[in-house]
Design a protein around this ligand. Structure first.
Ligand code: LLP
Length: 414
């Protein structure tokens, strides 16, 4: 559920008309609803409250510090994958004891930064990484708390680019070598084994793959405990899907109910790393129609947003619902909505039925709160979009639109 609704034919974010934001802040622009964000955070937290789960938001999905701050106020921690995300999480006031460091390619300087900030835990994905973490911790005279990411070889049944729990994927340690890897980790002087981690993919719309993975992990945990390798935490990663189109993903309460009986069998605390399920439907991307074009066989709406701003349709062929900020009367037309970037892959939708649209109209691409701005770039030297946070009948710009000076600021101009 979200707070983007039409009142009298005008699309609003909470009580603010989107066309007003487009007018005052300009386009393209990301607009987030604070009420939706808080609600999603609460729904997720409450669903897992009985299981005493720790919820760490996947910062990669939306890393604006104002968004992270709202989540911090809801008691949510952070799942980070880089030094940059650690910097943002700390700046947003997320407590260090709620920060988890994941990722398949951490560098020594990032480990050093995280160790010096005393974060909660590292999710380690290979023995080479473990050796580097041991050496780095030793140099700093620190102990690193660690979970090993295990790859359970479960098919998440999602887009191949965001499926991560199959043997063929680059992620985690294969099941066959998990026990041996844990024994090794446990033998290292500056490594404190505390947990196990797995993340099988993103935008999952079925519950079975989560449960299948959990059972595999649970059985491994039993084996580890019988060897006196202490596993206090089971981190099941993120991955719960959202509705972009017609999908019917499980509710957080359904996921909690499916996992609960298995969790009871092991003396571990659950950790979750949701990104999309919390942030996805809290955001919309606004873009203005520049031109309409009819080449005889197809009709195009050429808009001022592009694949550099919102990459998901180009990259994964993803569907985003597209709604006019103000609905015009008239017959629906089937159109391609495309951006100004010089690539045919620069589209937001193809063959999409829409009410009539004219140059100057504002379109809202829905469900753009996760993996929207964070995946944007400056391709074609396009300054990145502004970001706006709405609360009730007010809004504020939480990231300024980039300027041309910003584009060249780090280049030697002399
Ligand atoms: N934990 C780990 C270790 C992850 O790799 C991810 C996402 C998450 C948590 C959060 O997953 P979520 O709850 O958001 O599904 N750019 C793609 C999604 C990439 C997901 C990468 N990993 C997209 O736009 O669909």
């Amino acid at each position: 559920m979200d707070f983007f609704t039409y009142h009298n034919g005008e699309l609003h974010c909470e009580e603010v008309p989107l066309s007003r934001i487009a007018q005052e802040v300009g386009t393209p622009v990301y607009v987030y609803s604070q009420r939706t964000l808080e609600r999603h955070a609460q729904v997720f937290t409450q669903a897992f409250a009985n299981l005493n789960a720790m919820i760490c938001f996947a910062v990669k999905s939306n890393s604006n510090i104002h968004i992270l701050r709202v989540l911090a106020e809801q008691g949510i921690g952070a799942d980070i994958v880089s030094g940059g995300e650690l910097y943002r999480a700390l700046k947003a006031g997320i407590p260090r004891e709620k920060i988890l460091f994941a990722g398949v390619g951490k560098k020594a300087d990032e480990m050093e930064y995280a160790l010096s900030e005393d974060i909660f835990m590292f999710n380690v994905e290979s023995m080479e990484e473990l050796d580097l973490l041991q050496a780095t911790a030793k140099r700093l005279n620190k102990t690193a708390s660690v979970a090993l990411r295990v790859n359970p070889d479960v098919d998440a049944r999602t887009h191949p680019y965001i499926s991560t729990g199959l043997k063929e994927n680059k992620f985690g340690i294969p099941m066959e070598s998990a026990l041996e890897s844990y024994r090794y980790a446990h033998s290292l002087s500056c490594i404190r084994v505390r947990g196990i981690h797995c993340h099988i993919g993103s935008q999952l719309t079925a519950i079975e793959p989560f449960v299948d993975a959990f059972v595999i992990i649970k059985n491994l945990v039993r084996e580890l405990l019988s060897e006196n390798i202490p596993i206090e935490y089971i981190d099941m990663g993120g991955g719960l899907g959202i509705t972009y189109d017609q999908e019917k993903p499980p509710l957080p309460t359904e996921l909690a109910a499916a996992i609960a009986p298995h969790l009871k069998e092991v003396p571990c605390r659950l950790i979750l790393e949701p990104g999309r399920a919390i942030a996805g439907n809290t955001g919309a991307f606004l873009t203005r129609v520049l031109f309409t074009k009819d080449n005889g066989s197809r009709k195009f709406l050429i808009v001022d947003g592009a694949m550099n701003d919102l990459a998901r349709p180009s990259l994964y062929g993803s569907f985003h619902d597209i709604r006019p900020a103000v609905v015009r009367e008239g017959n629906t037309e089937v159109v391609d909505i495309v951006g100004p970037v010089c690539e045919s892959g620069d589209f937001f939708a193809k063959n999409r039925p829409l009410p009539p649209c004219h140059p100057g109209d504002i379109l809202s691409l829905m469900s753009a709160g996760a993996y929207g701005f964070t995946m944007s770039s400056n391709y074609n030297s396009r300054p990145r979009a502004a970001e706006v946070l709405v609360s009730g009948d007010r809004y504020r710009v939480i990231r300024q639109r980039e300027t041309y000076e910003d584009l060249t600021r780090l280049e030697e101009l002399s």
